[in-house]
Every structure is written in structure tokens, then in C-alpha cells.
Design a protein around this ligand. Structure first.
Ligand code: XIL
Length: 398
């Protein structure tokens, strides 16, 4: 090997180490500074943002200080668990309640965190004035479309410049277990406006904030299945995204929620990487936006029987690991957000109660980090070139 080639390799190595910032300089100095060991700090080595959904009641509960402390210290991104949803922002027609959402955005700013905006268009948590008005015929199709445009425009303008990624449209596609089982556009908006509302929503959002990244967000799209869009939801969403891009719609990314359960077969890293990569090849960013991995709370689990608890904690950790490792492996996977970080404040027990489920997050009810948390930290620490490279910034599509 000639000298010039050695120099070139040296330059690449130096540049790579420089972009990774906090890599230990030598093998005999493997310990990281404790202040650099939060999930968020470790993620920044890869330019990956580690986020959590935030429950504003818990954030403001003076009797529960750990919650606020961990949101501020452990994460580099936040998502409003509920307070940016339509029923919360506009409970009465024409009267907006910005305070809780503004408070979260201000909290994020003080803590140097990026904000994922969640959510502009979704069939759930809509205000009664809207759903009832449509049901009783007092709001017709044309007015409904105007209401949606106004909502998107007002909300996106309000937060303009302060939102990194918006979930513009959420959960628009059915699941194979729905009726009919052939995948289709489901829910309130598709029923009343037809699927064209999706393209409209992205265009209206872009017009209101040219700099925010605009995402489609859904669950059950972690990996491809049969490849048949009639029953493979990931393929259906992929085809939808491709079609939106072809039509010039300003979509920048696809968010995979990542609500998993240990009772299911689950995916492995390479399957998830394959899905992220296919979206990346369309020119889209990706993100895991709502990760949690729940388990059934059997009598044994409730009684604290370790023979029942341990396998669940391990299986949960394994799933967090698979999604995070896949995200690290794909340079357009920009952020990894958990849907709540403690079992003390998780939507799972309240939502999945027959049979009861829980244990879905990375800290237990007493704010003790679980195996999943430590596995995630290890994933972030022991990752680097050539297979894990810093994220590629995504530019908003015009
Ligand atoms: C959930 C919240 O966590 C709950 O507090 C609320 O009662 C219902 O909604 N997919 C989404 C999220 O996109 O907005 C949902 O959040 C969880 C599923």
C-alpha cells in the first residue's frame, strides 16, 4: 500500500471519529463520563434523538418529582402524549386551549430537546362538537374539509418553528384483523372525506410551516410481510407513501409507532432494517415514534413470581433492542421515542385490560431502570462504523 493511500485511510478514520464525538480515544479508556451516559447523550453520538411521550399531569405533579427529572435528563426529544390532540387543543369550536402544549414546548426548549408534534389528523380523540356535528348532519362534507384545513393551519402556525417532526396523519390504514380484512383506509376522515384528505393534510401542513418534517405515523408497520398490499400493512403504507411522493405531496417521513407485545412472534433486527431501508430508498426519513413492549399480567406476574416476571422483562428488552438496533443501522432513522418511560405512567394497563397487560416501559413503577433500559444503553454505546453511521439530516420536501 502506498503512502498516499495510507494517508487517505487515516483521514477517513479521523473524520469518522470526529463525527462520532465522544468515542473513547483509546482502548484503555473505555469508560464514559457518567454525564454522557443518559440515553439522550448516548444517542447524540449517532445524531439520533431519544424521546419520550410526556404526560403533562405527571410532569406537573410536585409529589412525583422523578418523572420530571427523568424527562429532562434522559431524553433529547419529547412528544405530547395527549395535549396536542384535537379534543385537547379545541374542546369547544373556535376556542383553543394552547396552555398545556405550550408548556411542554417551553420545557423542551429549556432542556435543549426537540419536539415531535402529535398529532394533526387522527380519528381518535376528536372533540364531540366535531363528531356529533358530522353525525347529525349539521356539518356537511364541504364544511368538514374546511374545518380540517383550518385546524391544521391554525395548529401548525401556532407552533411554527418549534416542531421538528409533525405526525400529520396517524393510523389511517386498517389491520388484517379488521372487518373487512382487506386493507383499506379506515376511520372518520376516510369515511367522510375519502382518502384524498391525506394528501391535502400534508399540503396544508407544509404551507403552514415550511421547515417542519412531515410524517405519516402508524402501528403494525415494523416489518414487511407477504408483500401483498391487500394484507401486508407495511406494504400498503409503502405503496401509499410512494404514490404521495409521485404526486408531489410534501411527505418527509414515515413513523413506525412500535407498540409491541411479548406474547406475539415479533421481528428480528434484519427484518426491521429491511423495512426502514425500503422507506429510506424512497427518500423518506423514518422514526420509531411510540415504542413500548407490553406483556400479559398473569396471576404469577402480579404475585411477583420471578419465573413469570423474568421471561417477560427479557422479552420486552429484546424487542426494544431489535427496534433500536435497526434504527441505528439505518441512517435516515432520525429518532427513537418511547411511549412513556415508566410503568407508573403508561397507557397500557388502562387500554389493554382483557386480559390485563402492563410492564411495557423501560423503568418500573418506582423509577428503577429495567433490563430494557440497560440494553438500550449498550446498543447506543457499542455501535459505530462501519455498520452504524451518524444520521443523515432530512430536508423538508417542497
Ligand atoms: C394514547 C395515550 O397514551 C392515552 O393516554 C390516551 O388515552 C389514548 O391515546 N397511538 C397513538 C397515540 O398514536 O396517540 C396513543 O396514545 C396510543 C396509540
Amino acid at each position: 500500500m502506498n503512502v498516499r493511500r495510507w494517508l487517505a485511510i487515516g483521514a477517513v478514520a479521523v473524520a469518522t471519529v470526529a463525527t462520532l464525538g465522544t468515542l473513547p480515544a483509546t482502548a484503555d479508556r473505555p469508560d464514559l463520563n457518567p454525564a454522557e451516559q443518559s440515553l439522550g447523550a448516548l444517542g447524540l453520538r449517532h445524531n439520533l434523538y431519544l424521546g419520550t411521550a410526556v404526560d403533562m399531569a405527571a410532569l406537573n405533579d410536585a409529589a412525583d418529582p422523578h418523572y420530571r427529572e427523568i424527562v429532562g435528563s434522559e431524553f433529547t426529544s419529547v412528544t405530547a402524549e395527549n395535549v396536542m390532540k384535537w379534543e385537547s387543543l379545541e374542546p369547544t369550536r373556535g376556542t383553543y386551549n394552547w396552555a398545556p402544549a405550550d408548556e411542554l414546548v417551553a420545557f423542551a426548549k429549556r432542556n435543549n430537546q426537540r419536539v415531535r408534534g402529535h398529532v394533526l389528523v387522527w380519528q381518535n380523540q376528536l372533540p364531540a362538537w366535531l363528531t356529533e356535528g358530522v353525525a347529525d348532519g349539521s356539518i356537511d362534507r364541504e364544511e368538514l374539509r374546511t374545518i380540517l384545513r383550518n385546524h391544521i393551519t391554525t395548529v401548525v402556525r401556532h407552533f411554527k418553528g418549534r416542531i421538528w417532526q409533525w405526525d400529520v396523519v396517524n393510523e389511517a390504514v386498517s389491520d388484517p384483523w379488521d372487518d373487512p380484512p382487506t386493507l383499506h383506509y379506515k376511520g372518520f376522515w376516510a369515511q367522510h372525506l375519502g382518502p384524498g384528505y391525506i394528501a391535502d393534510a400534508f399540503r396544508w401542513a407544509r404551507a403552514a410551516d415550511p421547515h417542519a418534517l412531515l410524517f405519516y405515523n402508524d402501528y403494525n408497520i415494523e416489518a414487511f410481510g407477504s408483500g401483498d398490499a391487500a394484507n401486508d400493512k407495511t406494504q400498503f403504507v409503502y405503496n401509499m407513501a410512494k404514490e404521495l411522493l409521485r404526486a408531489g405531496v410534501p411527505i418527509d417521513g414515515v413513523g413506525s409507532q412500535g407498540h409491541l407485545g411479548t406474547q406475539y412472534p415479533n421481528y428480528d433486527t434484519l427484518q426491521v432494517v429491511d423495512a426502514l431501508r425500503k422507506f429510506a430508498r424512497l427518500g423518506l426519513a423514518t422514526a420509531f415514534t411510540e415504542v413500548d413492549v407490553r406483556s400479559q399480567l398473569t396471576d404469577g406476574v402480579r404475585a411477583g413470581d420471578s419465573a413469570e416476571v423474568n421471561p417477560r422483562l427479557q422479552a420486552s428488552a429484546a424487542n426494544f433492542h431489535v427496534l433500536l438496533q435497526a434504527c441505528l443501522a439505518e441512517r435516515r432513522c432520525l429518532s427513537f421515542t418511547v411511549w412513556g418511560f415508566t410503568d407508573k405512567h403508561s397507557w397500557v394497563p388502562g387500554w389493554f385490560d382483557d386480559p390485563p397487560e402492563g410492564l411495557a416501559t423501560i423503568y418500573d413503577e418506582n423509577y428503577q431502570p429495567k433490563r430494557a433500559y440497560n440494553v438500550m444503553r449498550a446498543d447506543l454505546i457499542y455501535a459505530g462504523p462501519p455498520y452504524v453511521l451518524p444520521r443523515l439530516p432530512q430536508r423538508p420536501r417542497r
